[in-house]
Design a protein around this ligand. Structure first.
Ligand code: ZN
Ligand code: ZN
Length: 352
């Protein structure tokens, strides 16, 4: 394969301006890898970048989007250890600097200097992706067992973020857990909570989304109404929740959860709230008298990313139902339109 060959890529040129264009297949250095993309999923971040543009991205400096992806190694630089052409690979897209305290502690996703595929370097809505040396050296690549489908591997990134939030809630069998927000993220939270042995309740404004949850996760309780606390107290026989996850951007939900918690309950504010709606009022006496743990989480570490793919590899969890819509790269603009209108769950580009 030579540098003059072309590939198709979905590039961002500015606010509201994405185009499927022909670009040269990336050249790789001797410490880099060329990955042939097999699946890449659309994320809310992609939609926001499309709508709002992104700093540094303009007509002269377009960016290939796509940070949730998996593929097959096409070519390996002469100095790259271990990796071989043909290996199935999933990627944790956040590449830390590797030398700060947070990176050394394994939290490269909290690095001040992190770079990410599809955010500030070319991503995976393209037939090929160049994998830089730092990603290889830091362990961002994970070799997939061949029975793990690429489309499921492409949603391992959001799933690993969910696992990060889940890990902070010390879930035990028999816990009562509530997930507010029944999008793909809320659903993945429910999957993990169920795997951990919790009784899982879900709340959303959309009956359509709750129906999808009941379909994919038999046994999960769903509630749509205006007395969430009454529902929780009824289901838990007055005890309250042991675990609550807010998988939505609504400040009132964050405030309201504290009052529904059992003593020693753990809350994870998974979804961020728009800065314009801060500060969110919280009754800190509820934390004090009920000895609550209030946690937050953002992105995920490489270790968490690998762990979540192990769940799929071990058939403990299937992410098949999360990918509701599949498209060839030629239809990527339709995929973006559908993802924007929040139809279905995950919209995924599959390559042949
Ligand atoms: Zn994402
Ligand atoms: Zn760092």
């Amino acid at each position: 394969m030579k540098g003059e060959e072309n590939m198709r890529a979905l590039r961002l040129y500015g606010p509201g301006d994405i185009r499927l264009v022909e670009v040269p297949i990336p050249e790789i250095g001797e410490d880099e890898i060329l990955l042939r993309t097999k699946a890449a999923s659309v994320c809310g971040t992609d939609i926001r970048m499309w709508q709002n543009g992104y700093r540094g991205v303009d007509e002269e400096h377009p960016l290939t989007l796509g940070h949730e992806f998996a593929g097959v190694i096409e070519r390996v630089g002469a100095k790259v250890p271990f990796y071989q052409p043909g290996m199935h690979i999933a990627l944790q897209p956040n590449i830390g600097c590797g030398i700060c305290d947070r990176c050394v502690a394994g939290n490269q996703h909290l690095c001040d200097d992190y770079k990410a595929f599809g955010i500030n370097m070319d991503g995976a809505f393209a037939e090929y992706v160049r994998i830089p040396a730092a990603a290889i050296a830091h362990g961002n690549l994970m070799v997939l067992a061949e029975h793990v489908p690429f489309d499921q591997a492409s949603v391992a990134e959001p799933f690993s973020c969910v696992y990060n939030g889940f890990s902070k809630c010390f879930v035990k069998p028999g816990d009562y857990a509530m997930v507010v927000g029944a999008g793909p993220i809320g659903l993945m939270h429910a999957m993990l909570l169920k795997l951990a042995g919790a009784t899982v309740m879900m709340n959303d404004l959309s009956e359509e989304r709750l129906a999808i949850c009941r379909d994919l996760l038999p046994g999960v309780l769903t509630y749509r109404g205006d007395d969430l606390k009454g529902y929780v107290m009824e289901q838990t026989r007055g005890r309250g929740l042991d675990v609550a996850i807010t998988a939505n951007p609504v400040p009132q939900v964050q405030s309201a959860m504290l009052d529904m918690m059992n003593y020693g309950g753990r809350i994870n504010f998974f979804g961020g709230v728009p800065e314009s709606k801060q500060p969110v009022p919280i009754n800190t006496n509820l934390i004090h008298y009920k000895e609550l743990y209030l946690t937050g989480s953002t992105r995920s570490s490489i270790a968490q990313f690998r762990k979540t793919l192990n769940f799929v590899e071990q058939n403990l969890i299937s992410l098949a139902g999360i990918v509701t819509d599949r498209y060839p790269l030629a239809d990527v603009l339709t995929a973006f339109d559908n993802a924007k209108s929040a139809r279905g769950l995950k919209h995924t580009i599959v390559f042949d």
